[in-house]
Design a protein. Structure first.
Length: 657
């Protein structure tokens, strides 16, 4: 060996001769895991957590392994045996039955008795003298310490049998294979991996976003009671979450006017995101909306209609928010002593100031913001959409979400971060239950397929739950600005079928599409003014949205995102895919037109796409239209279909194997 090789080996961590108990069993490539266990994997209550790992050791001894798991609130580990598959890969699963944080780990060991049993049977089959092996088996059996008293008695009784050499059959009883697990040689244990288990609404829900003050009749500021009046209509459309833009008092200093004018005139209500005034801050409601009791009635009324209320949590203040007077140390001043307003150069937002979450008194500020969220949890809110979380320190969000979910593990958070991809993913890792996405701007077939393949691949699918919003108060995408009904239908169909979570902002169903010229922003947006609407305006697509949500609810395959496979479509302006449910009992095929020209006739190739339970996957044989009931028997692995965009740009089918 060269001197260079000796020097290299001298740096290797080799067990000393005085301590020959170095690791013999390796547990590697544990799945699922996010950044080697730094961040938690996400699952849903009642959804099995499948865990895989490569487990091996030197030599030919028989191994055994257990999957361990426990809630974070418990110190007691639960166990289940892992199954050997092939090529040193082992697997097991467990079923978390309540929301919260968990840990899982893997233990492995050499099963001495199972190793003896395997070798004994081989030698006996070969006609070898196995009398000595019988005594070795007796000796191994004598040191087993099974916890089950009946198994312990059985092991003792067999050890005392005088004629085992003539008839070793008792040593081969299957019950002893269970008993042997109590004695573990060469034990090894993996690190513990974190898991967050959420309510089903974290994985699947249809969101309806609205500005509460715009729900009243013409010329009057809307109230919580006006919102309650609208609930039957919204519930009839099949929405699960009613998401409200900020409901807090609005600042008067530097208030914005209509269309984001720098100066407001008399009667301008200001932006609801300029939070705080003499009437209160983040834990108060705008007086013109009603009282806190009125808000609680809205929460209760939503529950009666099968919906939840989601609140906007915006960590920002108007210049006359009470905190500026009570806690000036929470805010940043410029060298001339003036307050530092929010800005995105060259834009300035003089009606907003941001508290400094990294300042010297950040501990008190963090606790105050935590208490704000807990206050609304006490009012019955368990869903929060967080405004611009990427502009706040990452450690704050990891801490805040842990703090809130320690009090109520059923609270979920949606990250509204239209920012760089890795930042969006980092926020999801830190604890956000759902995330806004780039879907709003993805229109072409290739870019949609590439984006969905990215966020449904591993490891993204383990922690990143997309929420596809077709529009928002801030964003009127260029593709909607033509006001074409087929495009609105196509976009809501794409959002509601590609993703388990999707949302629209009020007015989408009315085909609102008038932009500020040259911008992806609404003209006369109700972010800056009161806006009344005829919710039954002719030409609306409410029935289309309602039918889409009804189909979603009836098909579990559409209520998740990760089990998605794109199909080959011989038309570049039609996208096709198949989704199947976690249990494999439901599968849906979808084809959606992406261009106006039509009707379009094309071949939907199912190819080698299989559906069904994991242990009985089979190819699709027929499909049934979920709207018309028309049935197609697949020929040559596909079906000839036609889309008439002016009627319906989307085809949805139930798949049968």
């Amino acid at each position: 060996m060269a001197m260079h090789d000796r020097a290299t080996l001298s740096n290797v961590n080799i067990p000393s001769l005085s301590d020959p108990s170095g690791r013999r069993i390796y547990i590697e490539d544990i799945y699922p895991a996010v950044d080697a266990g730094r961040f938690p994997v996400k699952r849903i209550v009642g959804e099995p957590v499948d865990v895989w790992a490569d487990i091996f050791r030197d030599g030919h001894a028989v191994l055994a392994a257990d999957l361990l798991w426990r809630p974070q609130t418990s110190s007691t580990w639960l166990r289940t045996s892992m199954r050997f598959h092939e090529n040193d890969r082992w697997a097991a699963s467990f079923l978390p039955r309540s929301a919260g944080r968990y840990f899982y780990a893997i233990e492995a060991w050499t099963d001495l008795f199972a190793t003896w049993r395997r070798d004994f049977l081989v030698k006996r089959q070969a006609g070898m003298d196995v009398r000595l092996e019988v005594e070795e088996g007796r000796n191994l059996l004598s040191i087993l310490r099974p916890k089950d008293p009946a198994l312990a008695r059985l092991a003792r009784d067999i050890c005392r049998m005088p004629n085992l050499a003539e008839d070793p059959t008792p040593l081969l009883k299957e019950e002893l294979a269970v008993a042997s697990k109590a004695t573990r040689a060469d034990p090894a244990r993996s690190a513990s991996y974190p898991l967050v288990v959420d309510r089903p609404i974290a994985r699947a829900g249809a969101w309806y976003e609205m500005t509460p003050r715009s729900q009243g009749p013409s010329g009057r500021h809307g109230t919580f009671d006006d919102c309650i009046v609208r609930l039957p209509d919204i519930a009839a459309l099949g929405f699960d979450v009613l998401y409200l833009t900020p409901i807090h008092p609005i600042g008067r200093e530097n208030r914005k006017g209509r269309n984001n004018a720098l100066v407001a005139v008399a009667g301008d209500p200001g932006s609801p995101y300029a939070i705080g005034s003499a009437e209160g801050g983040h834990d108060a409601v705008h007086p013109e909306l009603g009282t806190l009791d009125d808000f609680r009635r809205l929460v209760a009324a939503c529950a009666e209609h099968g919906m939840e209320v989601a609140l906007d949590f915006a960590v920002q203040c108007s210049p006359d928010h009470p905190w500026l007077a009570q806690h000036p140390e929470w805010f940043t001043r410029r060298p001339d002593g003036s307050i530092r307003y929010a800005e995105n150069p060259p834009k300035k937002y003089e009606d907003i100031v941001n508290p400094d979450l990294s300042g010297a008194d950040r501990e008190a500020l963090w606790q105050a913001l935590r208490d704000v969220v807990l206050f609304w949890v006490e009012q019955g809110v368990r869903v929060f959409r967080v405004d611009n979380p990427h502009t706040k320190p990452f450690p704050f969000w990891e801490w805040l979400i842990r703090e809130i979910q320690a009090v109520d593990p059923e609270v979920i958070f949606l990250s509204e971060a239209f920012t760089r991809p890795k930042v969006m993913k980092a926020l999801a890792k830190l604890g956000f239950s759902q995330s806004y996405t780039y879907f709003t701007w993805r229109t072409g077939k290739e870019e949609l397929q590439a984006y969905l393949s990215e966020i449904t691949g591993y490891p993204e699918r383990e922690y990143f739950r997309p929420n596809f919003f077709a529009n928002t108060p801030d964003i009127l995408p260029f593709h909607l600005q033509g006001g074409e009904p087929w495009m609105f239908k196509a976009r809501v169909a794409l959002a509601g079928t590609l993703s388990g979570n999707y949302g629209i902002y009020n007015g989408f169903e009315l085909l609102e599409h008038e932009p500020i010229p040259g911008k992806e922003e609404y003209l006369n947006s109700d972010k800056y003014e009161l806006k009344s609407r005829d919710w039954h305006k002719p030409g609306n697509i409410k029935s289309y949205v309602g039918r889409l949500n009804a189909i979603r609810r009836a098909n579990p395959a559409l209520l998740q995102t990760s089990r998605l496979r794109f199909a080959q479509i011989d038309d570049n302006e039609v996208i096709g895919f198949v989704k199947d449910s976690v249990g494999g009992d439901n599968a849906v095929a979808v084809a959606i037109a992406l261009a106006k020209e039509g009707p379009r006739t094309f071949w939907f190739h199912f190819g080698d796409i299989e559906i069904g339970p994991s242990d009985a996957r089979r190819r699709v044989k027929s499909i049934e239209n979920l709207v018309t009931g028309e049935r197609h028997i697949l020929e040559w692995g596909g079906a000839r279909l036609t889309i008439d965009q002016q009627q319906d740009p989307a085809l949805l089918f139930r798949c049968f194997a």
